[in-house]
Design a protein around this ligand. Structure first.
Ligand SMILES: *Cc1c(COP(=O)(O)O)cnc(C)c1O
Length: 412
């Protein structure tokens, strides 16, 4: 029998327990949605104040040099690099995942002459698929076609006609984690390039882009990296591809010498060529500061606690008989999952609303998925215990049927 005291004991023995203090978390709230929007790291508050009042307010335009605003995209990229197994010079912070995908998809298609096929999964995050559809409209079907397949059809779909394989490593709904090493190798064997979306991987699971011989990747600043709402994304281009890569959004920040104000575009030689326009300094400064939370932990430590939290959650749900009602759609094996659990229930949306009414924040993904994100930097075992307790109360009493929990908000 697992008890609440046992949960408190686990927290006491947790080698990462001090990290929770790095975050400003509201009282009486259990936050299990760091996979959608990471919470506020305490140090970010002071940094934002400083950037606004001192850097912008007092030092004005001199801050581009004095506070190295101009170097921020590269600096932030280099802070993200060790979290995703990238050696220096391959990661830069800019734009959103969607925009970075457009740059990479166009560039990768150009690098695969004669090939037109882009392979992805039907279950991929829709924006990833939309960006290919937009590119097809631009280039025409004869130059770019999206092949969406089910997961079990991936191996067959990746063939000698394939220009690009575009996949999200950790599925945003189910948390299923793809084998990056194996898929990258299979794609390379038939001459295809791979773009990895690390939205639910970066800061959540250990990633080894260089070790997997990855070509390209994108990822999110506002999920597990805690950069704040709308924080800029990042993009990775393996060193070996940087010289030949041509990205279509040839803005001045990606120019070899933006302040020469030359009339002809000449791409910067390295990863800076992925930049387009002026970086959003307020937002990027917040992300820069937020990343320092990772300075004294390893992704292996975080992974160990993440696995322990998800296993503990499932054990508690089993004990409460909840798994008959909430069907686990995440893989059973923790090695096949990211840092989240997903459960299907016909009233998934209402159950999520009932949890929120009790101060427990999770989220819902259409059509019927209750999604629970576990962030080992600040989530405690006792949070998981209280979550399962609340779930049991909601399910057993069927309070989710109350009218108040049925109304759909714009953002779920
Ligand atoms: C969150 C998420 C995105 C977000 O894309 P933006 O363009 O940065 O808003 C993209 N892909 C995946 C898989 C995501 O989970």
């Amino acid at each position: 029998m697992l008890t609440r005291n046992d949960a408190l004991q686990r927290d006491d023995n947790d080698p990462l327990k001090h990290k929770r203090n790095d975050f400003s978390l509201p009282d009486n709230t259990i936050y299990l949605d760091g996979n959608s929007l990471g919470p506020l790291p305490k140090r970010v508050e002071q940094r934002c104040l400083d950037v606004v009042t001192k850097q912008w307010g007092q030092d004005l335009i001199t801050s581009w040099n004095v506070h190295d605003w101009i170097g921020l995209p590269l600096k932030v990229g280099e802070k993200i690099a060790p979290l995703i197994g990238a050696a220096p010079g391959q990661v830069i912070c800019c734009d959103s995942i969607s925009v970075n995908l457009f740059k990479l998809l166009s560039a990768a298609l150009k690098m695969a002459p004669g090939r037109t096929k882009i392979v992805s999964e039907t279950s991929n995050f829709p924006t990833d698929l939309y960006m290919v559809q937009g590119l097809t409209e631009q280039l025409g079907e004869q130059h770019c076609q999206l092949h969406q397949v089910e997961r079990h059809q991936l191996a067959d779909a990746i063939d000698t006609d394939t220009a690009v394989v575009m996949l999200t490593q950790v599925d945003f709904r189910s948390g299923h984690m793809l084998d990056m090493q194996k898929i990258t190798q299979a794609a390379h064997e038939v001459g295809a390039l791979v773009i990895w979306d690390l939205a639910h991987s970066a800061g959540a699971v250990p990633v080894d882009l260089d070790g997997c011989n990855a070509d390209f990747a994108v990822g999110c600043g506002y999920k597990y990296l805690n950069g704040g709402p709308g924080a800029p994304a990042f993009v990775y281009v393996a060193t070996r591809h940087q010289a030949s890569l041509r990205q279509p959004l040839s803005g001045w920040m990606g120019h070899a010498s933006p302040f020469a104000f030359d009339t002809a575009y000449e791409a910067a030689p390295g990863i800076e060529k992925m930049l387009c326009g002026t970086p959003s300094i307020l937002s990027m400064s917040a992300l820069d500061e937020a990343l320092d939370v990772f300075r004294d932990v390893t992704m292996q430590q975080l992974r160990a606690k993440s696995v322990a939290l998800t296993e503990y959650c499932l054990a508690l749900m089993q004990q409460q008989g909840l798994l008959q009602h909430l069907k686990l759609v995440s893989p059973e094996q923790s090695s096949d999952r990211g840092s989240q659990l997903a459960f299907a229930h016909a009233h998934g949306y209402a159950i999520c609303q009932a949890l929120i009414a009790r101060g427990i924040i999770a989220d819902f993904r259409a059509p019927d998925i209750l999604r629970i994100g576990f962030a080992p930097l600040y989530n405690r075992y006792v949070d998981v215990f209280d979550l399962v307790d609340a779930l049991a109360a909601i399910i057993n009493s069927e309070t989710y049927l109350d009218d108040g929990f049925q109304r759909r908000h714009k953002v779920t």
